[in-house]
Write a protein that binds this ligand. Sequence first.
Ligand SMILES: NC(=O)c1ccc[n+]([C@@H]2O[C@H](COP(=O)([O-])OP(=O)(O)OC[C@H]3O[C@@H](n4cnc5c(N)ncnc54)[C@H](OP(=O)(O)O)[C@@H]3O)[C@@H](O)[C@H]2O)c1
Length: 293
Amino acid sequence: MQKISLHPSGPELSRIIVGAWRWTNESAPQIEQLIQTSLDKGITAFDHADIYGNYSCEENFGNVLRANPSLRNKLQLITKFGIKLLSDKRPEHKIKHYDTSASHITWSVENSLKMLATDRIDLLLIHRPDPLLNPAEVAETFSTLKQQGKVLHFGVSNFTTTQFEMLQSYLPFPLVTNQIELSLFRNEPFFNGDTDVMMKHRIRPLGWSPLGGGKFFEDERIKELMSRLCLKYGISAMQLLLAWLLKHPSGVLPILGTTKPERILEGADAINIELDKQHWFELLRAVNGKDVA
Ligand SMILES: NC(=O)c1ccc[n+]([C@@H]2O[C@H](COP(=O)([O-])OP(=O)(O)OC[C@H]3O[C@@H](n4cnc5c(N)ncnc54)[C@H](OP(=O)(O)O)[C@@H]3O)[C@@H](O)[C@H]2O)c1
């Protein structure tokens, strides 16, 4: 699997990432199998957030690393902070809210390090734009964490281009990505400037829900076209959707959300598919219901 740098200064990640959001009912041996299958296929980057699985996914993943310490140096860990959920694990939260204060960033990083059984986070993202975000405070806290070697790179998630550039203007080092929802079914970022601004900054998007969360495989708008193209290329529907995303020049890194090792193998093979330009536009037209202008 090809390794790709999110920014000229790093980090280097596998072109396909695996996300742990849906790994909520998986046992430790199942999680270990998902990690091992990914690594065997060259997928080395794993996407987390503190809140996944009601604050349990990081710890479950970390337990596998604790039991197999040699795994840590073979993979890259992405995690996020900033959303505070109503949860039995966080009784002090009285309302769902965001927190990007220095004290919460520091606490959350220490907690993620502990949960993930690691001494460093390869890439830390602000999960959602926080209306109360103080950019100078965030910049100072990120700088300290970087100097301490606890977080190697920083980015954001679900930010608008304006929010991204505002925060970047306060930082002495680059934000290396904006993780956004990106798929054939959520293709607006290819038109509204979201991916253009990342290209302007020489960084790459991470695309969440690249298969639309798995809801569209039976979608009548594209079912027939997908079957025809799958047959033509000799690939699966999942691979077609990933090939569509991978063709974009922003160099998006799709984050697979599957809970099945065999789908990780299937998804990884999508990087070798070169989709014809006219097929790309045919799929776009089928989903958007109209030709481009
Ligand atoms: N930053 C954010 O705000 C944010 C938000 C959401 C997600 N994320 C990240 O993005 C990752 C991926 O998101 P996602 O899980 O929505 O991605 P996804 O890959 O679009 O969807 C995964 C879902 O699709 C199903 N699926 C896959 N192939 C299928 C097929 N051939 N037929 C039917 N169903 C199929 C999977 O089921 P199986 O498990 O049965 O394969 C799973 O339920 C998450 O793990 C998380 O790391 C980030």
